[in-house]
Design a protein around this ligand. Structure first.
Ligand SMILES: NC(=O)C1=CN([C@@H]2O[C@H](COP(=O)(O)OP(=O)(O)OC[C@H]3O[C@@H](n4cnc5c(N)ncnc54)[C@H](O)[C@@H]3O)[C@@H](O)[C@H]2O)C=CC1
Ligand SMILES: O=C1[C@@H](O)[C@H](O)[C@@H](O)[C@H](O)[C@H]1O
Length: 342
């Protein structure tokens, strides 16, 4: 395959960002089509690029013989049908997280891919491509620091304007990144999850449990703590500290000395500037993720987070949403990997 002809489904914040990435910052790929029920939005975006068709029906885009591979950046509630159509049409697909809204629907996609007989799906867990997280993984895997014992994650968004962003979405849409990071860095499954709701910020919508603190237990006995705070007012901060037997590592640390953040008119500050959102904090990670997907698709391979990774993360979040209701630990119910052919 020479140049990979890419179609994008859903061109809101993330899809538009990926469109610019494929069109202007990727090698061996061309953006050829986009689909979004918001036709005006799609038309405005297409006008920014040369030769990009607007196709009204996402299923038509997936079936189009002029489209080799698909990026799905629609809301999670419609991912299942769209990914399934990509599998049926044997199209390589990069689907944004969360893979689907619950564990049963994600498992159906793992099974559909197994039936198709070849991996086709990469899930958009871009932190695996962030240079610091990737280096952390290499150091932990090298064994130089001994066994990994703990991870401590911080994940803060300035605010979430979407009124649909309720307590459950903080688990399913935001904490899902920490779930993947834990599975990636430990190289193990998560066996149980507890989601705690401290006193909420007055900046969250009424009834929304924000911030949340979660505890994961790993299959090997290690533990992971994560703070997710979606209305912190300051800016976008994502950090991960790994504690191993002979040392520690921190990804996302901004500077030495006392680090204090202050809410400000624009994005908040620390004496430098806090990132406004994920598009700048993870710009390099998204670039590397999409280029890696393009390169692998041209070789007819999948190299990033797989359908199993998407399913396992959704299964943990499904248990996490149960725990959110009670604050009690919930065991993660994971299918037998060998039985589903993943
Ligand atoms: N990896 C990451 O860091 C991030 C991932 N995401 C994920 O990307 C996806 C999209 O999120 P955003 O861009 O923030 O949402 P958004 O609301 O800005 O955009 C969603 C777009 O999908 C369109 N859409 C709605 N129904 C559709 C359908 N049936 N088929 C095709 N398009 C449809 C909407 O009209 C809209 O243009 C979600 O899965 C989200 O979790 C979002 C932000 C960051
Ligand atoms: O995936 C993302 C959003 O959907 C989510 O809402 C944010 O909390 C995350 O920081 C971002 O990376």
């Amino acid at each position: 395959m020479s140049v990979l002809r890419v179609g994008i489904i859903g061109v809101g914040m993330m899809g538009a960002d990926h469109a610019a990435r494929v069109a202007h910052r990727s090698a061996n790929a061309a953006l050829v089509a986009i689909a979004d029920p918001d036709q005006d939005r799609a038309a405005r975006l297409a006008a920014r690029f040369d030769g990009v068709r607007v196709i009204s029906d996402p299923m038509e885009l997936i079936a189009d013989p002029q489209v080799d591979a698909v990026i799905i950046a629609s809301p999670g509630s419609v991912h299942e049908d769209q990914v399934l159509a990509c599998i049926v049409h044997r199209k390589y697909v990069l689907c944004e997280k969360p893979l689907t809204m619950d564990s049963a629907s994600s498992l159906r996609l793992v099974e559909a891919e197994a039936v198709a007989g070849a991996p086709l799906l990469q899930v958009g867990f871009m932190r695996r491509f962030d240079p610091e997280y990737a280096q952390m993984k290499r150091v932990l895997d090298s064994g130089r620091l001994g066994r990994t014992l703990l991870l401590h994650n911080t994940h803060r968004n300035k605010s979430v304007p979407n009124p649909d962003f309720r307590s459950e979405m903080i688990v399913r849409d935001s904490l899902v990144h920490e779930v993947d990071v834990a599975r990636f860095l430990f190289g193990q499954e998560i066996t149980s999850i507890t989601v705690l709701s401290p006193a909420p910020t007055s900046h969250a919508l009424p009834g929304v449990a924000d911030p949340q603190v979660s505890i994961f237990t790993m299959a090997g006995g290690g533990m992971v703590t994560s703070e997710v705070f979606c209305n912190c007012q300051v800016g976008y901060e994502v950090r991960c500290e790994a504690v191993a037997e002979r040392g520690t590592l921190i990804a996302g640390r901004p500077q030495t000395g006392l680090y204090s953040t202050v809410a400000g008119a624009e994005h908040g500050s620390w004496g430098g500037e806090v990132h406004p959102d994920f598009t700048t904090r993870f710009a390099r990670a998204y670039d590397l993720e999409v280029q890696s997907w393009i390169d692998a698709s041209r070789r007819r391979q999948v190299v990033g987070p797989t359908s199993w990774d998407g399913y396992a993360a959704t299964a943990v979040c499904t248990a996490g949403m149960q725990s959110l209701a009670t604050g009690e630990p919930v065991t993660v119910d994971l299918a037998d990997r060998t039985l589903v052919g993943a």
